[in-house]
Ligand binder design. Structure first.
Ligand code: HPA
Length: 268
């Protein structure tokens, strides 16, 4: 595994002419941030040795390098979801490669269903913490590096959360804060499951992010995450939900999400 990671990182290093310290996983709601990257150069996932290839509609797969404002960054356009059939090793492989490339801070976005009754569709939720409800742990097995029992007391950087809140205030963007529970999907939740997650202490539920954030913490990469609430898993407000509707709600929230991320990356 370590050898695979190194080989992939070496392949990328040969092609990289910048040294980014910042990585972004362009999840749902953040696609248009890619348009703001300047001095861009791209490498398709299928060209990268050992890289999984993404399959889901609306997620094309490539690494984008360049500048966002004054910051050298690398961005993943297209991520790997457990529900697609990838192993946890595959889902988190890019984060391990990021570490090898010298990434210090990771920014992630996603879409989720709100379980907090105060939330509305289209709200942004800064992720303050998570609950790992995936059936398999990405760090199960031989410990490759770092701690065998990694600390998770500040999985999402408090400093970055404070900065993001400040930015939202300055820009007049309403943001919520809360706990994200990550599930394997691909089903959306039954009403009973939404209720369970609420009782668990979650404010939103989605099908990604948690594995990557665990691995980032394991290799001491700082994390900031933001979620767009695309539907509500709140008793009395639950209606039929589809991928298309999730996409539409996420697209509508995209400008707000992009503003916060762009500013935060520049100030981080
Ligand atoms: N549940 C799980 N994942 C999601 C949801 C949801 O309600 N909405 C968007 N992603």
């Amino acid at each position: 595994m370590l050898e695979k990671i190194k080989k992939t990182a070496d392949f990328l290093k040969e092609r990289m002419h910048t040294q980014p310290g910042t990585a972004i996983i362009l999840g749902t709601g953040l696609g248009s941030l890619a348009n703001e990257i300047t001095e861009k150069y791209e490498i398709k996932y299928e060209e990268i040795p050992n890289f999984p290839v993404s399959t889901v509609e609306g997620h094309s797969g490539k690494l984008i390098f360049g500048k966002l404002g004054n910051k050298d960054i690398m961005a993943m356009q297209g991520r790997f979801h457990y529900y697609e059939g990838y192993s946890m090793q595959e889902v988190t492989f890019p984060v391990r490669v990021m570490k090898e490339l010298g990434i210090k801070t990771l920014f992630v976005s996603n879409a989720s269903g709100g379980t907090n009754p105060a939330f509305e569709i289209g709200d942004l939720m800064i992720i303050t913490d998570h609950i790992n409800y995936f059936p398999e742990h990405p760090l199960r097995g031989k410990n490759l590096y770092g701690d065998r029992f990694p600390d998770m007391s500040e999985a999402y950087s408090k400093e970055l959360i404070q900065k993001a809140l400040q930015i939202a205030k300055e820009k007049g963007i309403k943001v919520q804060q809360g706990v994200y529970v990550g599930t394997q999907g691909p089903t959306f939740e039954t009403p009973a499951e939404y209720k369970l997650f609420r009782i668990f202490g979650a404010d939103a539920v989605g099908m990604s992010t948690v594995p990557e954030v665990i691995v980032a913490n394991h290799c001491k990469i700082k994390v900031f995450g933001i979620s767009v609430i695309t539907d509500l898993g709140v008793e009395g407000k639950i209606v039929e939900v589809s991928h298309e509707e999730v996409q539409i709600a996420a697209d509508a929230a995209q400008p707000k999400m992009t503003t916060i991320m762009r500013e935060l990356i520049n100030r981080a």
